[in-house]
Write a protein that binds this ligand. Structure first.
Ligand code: NDP
Length: 456
């Protein structure tokens, strides 16, 4: 399998992909190894994860450069991802023992009755991962899964294969046995072969379309399936904000990682009384972004990782234009080597347009004027997705009133495009089922076992 630099189109590596037989063998290896790993004391498993963290710190710059070269992410943003990863690992290191401790639920000495819950590993799990934040979306699964005693068959996206192999090397060097964390390398067909193995859980991060296929593949097997999928994340900017500051923050939420985040701002609603001022500030901010070589320290907009996404972006732009939206900046593919799209801003958009309904997953955004808070809430909820949503206002009560009515896994007040290891990460509707992160996101890799104990 060829690994291509999306910024240049150059082949930067070739790797051996796993065919269906190799995937079956890897499953068998992990199945045999899992009970031994579950029997290792949790403190020892945590020591291995702490060593993995040390390995990341030691190789930080080289890892950032590999990531940039295979996904086209600006180098500063690759470093940010690795720094964020360290914080997530610290959270798991601090919280795992407490989250996985045996719970004494009830005791009645008169009846000699004792009721307890233990958190048992699921067994062997498949971790099928996306390319856009491979360290984040991978570690949200494999770190707590390993800590809680599971074996992990880890399939990185074909667009983040080198990063996936680095992760495997660093875990193995840290003391996680090779048969307990097993990388499975390949494209979607390899992923599909993995979902056909009799694993005890499938933890998937990716698009709604693939998530639906995986749910269907697993439906008859009655195993845990967790799907972290896409979003069409809205922001509403109220009339009482500092317009310049809000425009800069929301633009960053829309264009960071070149718009290729599950929680990128994908729709903007602005109160009509500040609409024109907000749009002017927003466009000025976007025009200041530097596009170019992702290895350059000053680059903010990088490459589009998957080439087919250029067609999705082109179609959304053409559809918006045809339906009367006003293009303020950008609007097209940047010709030359690699995959590039101009940062693009439209106003005069509405929900008849694909740009306001379907995930764009790129550097394009529509801004829609709204008359009041009720209209904004109706539009924010008018989506099949429900990953994140946010409001910018100086009024705490107004923010809470609005956010209470929003159907999404996460809500933001005066912030956006943000993930915290301390809070659950989940979606509703087409954004998925289940959750990662927080202490719930540790327990999710276990099965609560009920103990009914009556002493003689
Ligand atoms: P895809 O759905 O294309 O792929 C995700 C993973 O599934 C990849 O490893 C892919 O392999 C694999 N895959 C593809 N087809 C199959 C199949 N039939 N069976 C099993 N596995 C398969 O998503 P992307 O990687 O393009 O990621 C972008 C999407 O992920 C966006 O929608 C984004 O919003 C979402 N996402 C959601 C997050 C969340 O936390 N909710 C976080 C990050 C991203 P390969 O790539 O090799 O084809």
């Amino acid at each position: 399998m060829k690994v291509i630099n999306p910024a240049t189109g150059a082949v930067i590596a070739e790797v051996d992909a796993d065919d269906a037989a190799a995937v079956r063998n890897k499953y068998a290896v992990a199945r045999a190894a899992q009970p031994r790993w579950a029997a290792v004391p949790i403190r020892k498993r945590l020591e291995a994860i702490a060593k993995f963290r040390e390995n990341i710190v030691a190789r930080h710059e080289a890892l950032a450069r590999t990531l940039t070269s295979e996904v086209g992410k600006p180098i500063r943003q690759s470093r940010n991802e690795l720094n964020g990863l360290l914080g997530r690992i610290d959270f798991f290191l601090a919280e795992a023992v407490g989250a996985l401790r045996e719970e004494k639920i009830y005791a009645d000495p008169t009846q000699k009755l004792d009721e307890r819950i233990t958190h048992e590993p699921l067994g062997v799990i498949a971790n099928i991962s996306a390319w856009n934040y491979p360290y984040f979306v991978g570690s949200n699964v494999f770190v707590p899964a390993l800590v809680s005693g599971n074996a992990v068959l880890y399939k990185p996206s074909e667009f983040a294969t080198l990063t996936g192999l680095h992760i495997a090397d660093m875990l193995h060097e840290a003391g996680v046995p090779r048969d307990v964390f097993v990388p499975v390398i390949g494209d979607g067909a390899t992923g599909a072969a993995l979902t056909r193995q009799p694993v005890d859980g499938i933890f998937f991060t990716g698009s709604y379309a693939t998530g639906a296929k995986i749910a269907a593949a697993a439906a008859r097997r009655m195993v845990k399936v967790q799907l972290e999928l896409g979003g069409k994340d809205p922001i509403y900017v109220c009339d009482d904000v500092d317009v310049q500051a809000a425009a800069a923050a929301v633009a960053d939420g829309a264009f960071y990682n070149t718009g290729q985040s599950c929680c990128s701002v994908e729709r903007i609603y602005v109160h009509e009384s500040i609409h024109d001022a907000f749009v002017a500030a927003f466009v000025a901010e976007v025009k200041s972004y530097k596009i170019g070589d992702p290895m350059d320290e000053s680059t903010y907009i990088g490459a589009i990782t998957r080439r087919p996404q250029l067609d999705v972006l082109k179609q959304q732009v053409a559809d918006a234009k045809k339906k009367g939206a006003k293009l303020l900046t950008g609007g097209g593919v940047i010709r030359g080597k690699g995959n590039w799209f101009e940062p693009t801003v439209f106003t005069g958009v509405d929900h008849s347009m694909a740009m306001m309904r379907d995930e764009s997953f790129g550097p394009i955004i529509g801004i829609q004027s709204v008359a009041d808070d009720d209209a904004a809430v109706d539009l924010m909820n008018d989506t099949e997705y429900g990953l994140t949503a946010g409001v910018y206002t100086n009024d705490d009560k107004r923010a809470r009133r609005i956010l209470k009515r929003i159907h999404s896994g996460s809500v933001y007040w005066n912030c956006c495009d943000r993930v915290s290891p301390r809070l659950p990460w989940s979606g509703v509707g087409h954004s998925g089922i289940g959750l990662t992160l927080s202490t719930y996101g540790i327990q999710t890799f276990t099965r609560p076992k009920a103990w009914h104990l009556r002493s003689a």
